[in-house]
Design a protein around this ligand. Structure first.
Ligand SMILES: *Cc1c(COP(=O)(O)O)cnc(C)c1O
Length: 485
């Protein structure tokens, strides 16, 4: 590629990035193009002749633009997704330009050290045991996988089975206890590890989705072999935390060496970094492993997650890749990322992590988390004041569960809730999605993107209330037509 083409492509990307950044708050919160239009924009036969990269970047920006979701904007409340913070994005650009293959220290020294330092900072900020080892992953699904792989190996080793050498077939059974409201991705991680869905013991949960400690106590009483308890910090609907301190105490009480407590804290673990909310995650430091995301509450660009394991040796045994041609770390204290997460060739995610932690600082992270929680509470208050709208959860974190037509029958409330969500999405001020919660249709709101302000919350609340009133008017008209027919 000619030198000027390379520079033109990088310039074009930079220009589009800045344009996108400046319109973050005014862009529609959802894609405006549908599947057919996007297929048309991206499609065509496989290209024969190439073309200058800068022109392709222009084409890419034009084709993708109408199909982009406003996840990086201030009024996107769908699912639980972070906002791709510019500091992390800038570091991510350099990561790509530098093209480091971050598997081993020798192959990418700066990447390995940035990751090592960021990992130590994370342990400190999240107040996890300093002896933990850290794996940087593509997200919480993989972080759960890494932690559970370490757990599997350690639990089996304690009963005399070496899973890394002997495999899983014929191994003693590990019983897995998991809350009935655990995240779907944890079940996927368990499946990758040879734990079938039906081999799990699901523990009953309360109204907020928290594991019931009495139910866990009863279930554990029947278990005398190796067991793995999987708890959750931050339920994707209600934001609720399992009683992790109590669970840890219960497991401790049993005085058995056969237990391992894992915590899925994809976003909730960050409550640990916020003094005003840390009580929610009380006792979490007593677990054996923790999974979290950086691309949710830390606002890292995708893909970035972290796995923390107290038993560093179990962690390393589960993930290590050793080969004759791979240079082993020679210097004392040097850490090769490859031993702590899947994938040999890998992106140097440590640069983004290091940059974001340095940019926010301990105080900045605490303030952002507290602000999001306060904003979620503000939205919940505004909505709950409106007749016919109910907030179904106690808003302690950043999640709000909303029901429209709260005074109506269950089936009518379902219809009105879905109709209102559709109306909210059409209005295009903010974005939230529906879900099924305790047999009812609800709207989920997750306040988690860095650019969201009070003004955004107020505008979103107005749009939601106005949409609900509009649905009510349509319904009133329909009823009067029916009455006169
Ligand atoms: C998002 C989430 C996951 C999965 O994380 P990914 O980053 O999407 O892989 C797991 N558990 C919980 C509680 C989550 O919110």
């Amino acid at each position: 590629m000619p030198e000027d083409h390379a520079c033109a492509a990088l310039d074009a990307a930079h220009r589009h990035a800045l344009a996108f950044h400046h319109t973050r708050a005014t862009r529609p919160p959802a894609a405006t193009a549908g599947f057919a239009a996007l297929l048309d924009a991206f499609g065509g036969p496989a290209p024969e002749a190439g073309m200058p990269a800068s022109e392709v970047i222009e084409q890419l920006a034009a084709a993708a633009g109408p199909g982009l979701m406003g996840t990086a904007g201030p009024r996107f409340f769908g699912w639980v997704v972070g906002g791709s913070h510019p500091a992390g994005v800038a570091a991510d650009w350099l990561t790509s330009v530098w093209g480091q293959n971050a598997g081993c220290y020798e192959g990418a020294p700066a990447a390995a050290v940035a990751e090592q330092v960021a990992g130590q900072w994370l342990l400190d900020l999240l107040r996890l045991p300093p002896e933990c080892s850290v794996g940087i992953t593509t997200g919480a699904t993989m972080s759960n996988f890494v932690c559970l792989a370490a757990a599997r190996g350690a639990l089996l080793r304690r009963v005399g089975w070496d899973v890394e050498a002997d495999g899983l077939f014929g191994a003693p059974r590990i019983t897995v206890f998991i809350g009935g409201d655990a995240h779907a991705s944890v079940f996927a991680a368990l499946r990758y590890l040879g734990f079938g869905e039906r081999s799990l013991v699901r523990i009953a949960t309360d109204d907020a989705g928290r594991m019931r400690i009495d139910a866990l106590r009863t279930a554990l009483a029947h278990c005398h072999g190796p067991h793995l308890v999987i708890a959750q910090a931050g339920h994707i609907m209600t934001g609720a935390f399992d009683p992790i301190g109590e669970i840890a105490a219960l497991m401790h009480e049993r005085h058995e060496r056969g237990g391992w407590l894992h915590v899925d804290g994809a976003f909730g673990l960050w409550a640990r970094a916020c003094p005003a909310r840390e009580a929610l995650a009380h006792g979490i430091e007593r677990a054996d492993s923790w999974a979290t995301d950086a691309h949710k509450w830390l606002q890292a660009p995708y893909e970035c997650g972290c796995a923390f394991v107290r038993d560093a040796d179990a962690h390393r045994r589960a993930m290590t890749i050793g080969a004759g041609y791979l240079p082993p770390a020679e210097d004392e204290g040097v850490r090769d990322p490859v031993h702590y997460a899947p994938e040999l060739s890998r992106r140097a995610r440590g640069f983004v992590l290091w940059t974001l932690l340095r940019t926010f600082g301990r105080r900045g992270i605490a303030q952002m988390i507290e602000r999001h929680c306060a904003l979620a509470q503000r939205l919940a208050r505004r909505l709950a004041e409106e007749p016919g709208i109910a907030v179904l959860n106690e808003v302690e974190l950043n999640q709000v569960v909303v029901r429209f037509g709260a005074d109506e029958s269950e089936s009518l409330g379902d219809v009105l809730t879905d109709a209102t969500i559709e109306c909210i999405q059409k209005a295009g001020i903010c974005f939230a999605v529906g879900a099924q919660w305790r047999e009812r249709r609800v709207m989920r709101v997750s306040v988690i993107a860095w650019p969201t302000t009070e003004d955004d919350i107020d505008r979103a609340a107005e749009s939601m209330i106005e949409s609900w009133r509009a649905v009510g008017r349509v319904r009133f008209d329909a009823e009067s037509v029916a009455a006169h027919a």
